[in-house]
Design a binder for this molecule. Structure first.
Ligand SMILES: Cc1ncc(COP(=O)(O)O)c(C=O)c1O
Length: 367
């Protein structure tokens, strides 16, 4: 189905960047630089500079970035990792695939881990805390880091949705032992397919991620140090991401402008709750613009009928997916959010006219 207002518009995105992206791809191919070449190293250097850390290691998804970071932190069987249930499943799966147990806590109004609930979730088996900076908003990192320090716990950040978001002037992905990013095409910095990165100031973490992504091999010596994975960020992808990274600050400004337009246009409409959270310490990068209403399903169906594409992140708590074999959790905020949230069209290409039309449809629905 073609929408009058698409959630994102990959064709328009490519049209605007075509000249630069085409040159990056053809140059890389013409040089035969397919794996582990200068384009990957350049992108990693630029990403590390952007995030404000010493190292960035390109991998083929945020899932792998999370898995490798947890392994590098020493997470394994018999241990627990505290995270939120209101996240994409990959966050939780990475913990499970380390052989550890995910301990899920509820989120606050801003959809991020509620630091008040953190301490009571800590046991003598807790090894790490995995805060998720959802929708482009960084968690309350000062409090989370303080609790982690008091209990000698490692912090790994899931920053899949928050590249460019800041808390007290520091970038997402620069607070913990490692930060994990996604370059899945719908992300603010989206690649040609799957992609991700680990960011860290710790040389040992960077080295372990570098070895694990290439089946455990040290390319300099030929020695295999681990049973690793096949999880490289491809060179062509890195070349394209490097081009796009230069545009990212401007795109984030645009996203923030679109969010402000939605805020204004949807003020005092029905029972809508808008993503307006305290900003004195935060700069949110608005990966998503998420609204809440008790009439979510009816609103969504109406918007689809009017040609406005929306997404729901996520409609059923993970513990209700029986195949995942997670234990039952009592997280009232998370359960309510699953019933109430819907994300409106939001991208670097979203126009003021599209916001106006979407807001007008929403107002008509509630009228
Ligand atoms: C919060 C969060 N964590 C992890 C991931 C996994 O990212 P990837 O698809 O790159 O593995 C996503 C992807 O949507 C995400 O939104």
């Amino acid at each position: 189905m073609s929408y009058r207002v698409p959630f994102v518009d990959p064709r328009e995105h490519y049209r605007r960047l075509k000249d630069e992206v085409d040159v990056a791809i053809t140059d890389t191919l013409a040089r035969g630089d397919l794996v582990l070449r200068s384009q990957l190293r350049d992108f990693e250097r630029h990403l590390a500079e952007f995030v404000g850390v010493k190292y960035a290691v390109g991998v083929n998804s945020c899932y792998h970035a999370l898995h490798f970071s947890l392994l590098a932190a020493g997470v394994g069987p018999g241990q627990e990792v505290i995270t939120v249930a209101h996240t994409f499943l990959a966050t939780i799966s990475a913990i499970v695939h380390c052989g550890a147990t995910p301990v899920l806590v509820d989120v606050g109004e801003d959809y991020n881990l509620d630091p008040h609930l953190l301490e009571e979730a800590i046991t003598d088996r807790t090894k790490a805390i995995l805060p998720v900076h959802l929708n482009g908003r960084v968690c309350e990192m000062e409090r989370i880091l303080g609790i982690a320090e008091r209990h000698h716990l490692v912090v790994i950040e899931d920053a899949a949705q928050a590249l460019g978001g800041t808390f007290k002037g520091k970038m997402a992905g620069s607070f913990g032992l490692a930060g994990c990013f996604s370059f899945y095409p719908l992300k603010a910095l989206g690649g040609l397919g799957d992609g991700g990165a680990v960011t860290t100031n710790d040389a040992a973490v960077a080295r372990m991620a570098t070895l694990l992504r290439f089946n455990g091999e040290d390319r300099e010596t030929g020695e295999f140090h681990y049973h690793g994975y096949t999880a490289l960020l491809d060179n062509v992808q890195a070349a394209v991401l490097d081009v796009k990274l230069r545009h990212l600050p401007r795109w984030i400004d645009h996203r923030r402008r679109i969010a402000a337009l939605y805020d204004h246009a949807l003020e005092d409409v029905g029972d809508l709750r808008l993503p307006r959270f305290p900003e004195e310490h935060h700069v949110d990068s608005f990966q998503n613009y998420v609204i809440r209403t008790r009439q979510r399903d009816a609103l969504r169906a109406y918007l689809t009928g009017q040609g406005v594409e929306t997404l729901v992140h996520w409609s059923k708590p993970w513990w209700e997916h029986r195949g995942l074999q997670l234990r039952e959790w009592d997280l009232p905020q998370t359960a309510r959010i699953c019933r109430e949230v819907v994300s409106l069209p939001m991208s670097a290409e979203t126009t003021e006219a599209q916001v106006d039309y979407t807001a007008q449809c929403i107002r008509t629905f509630f009228a």
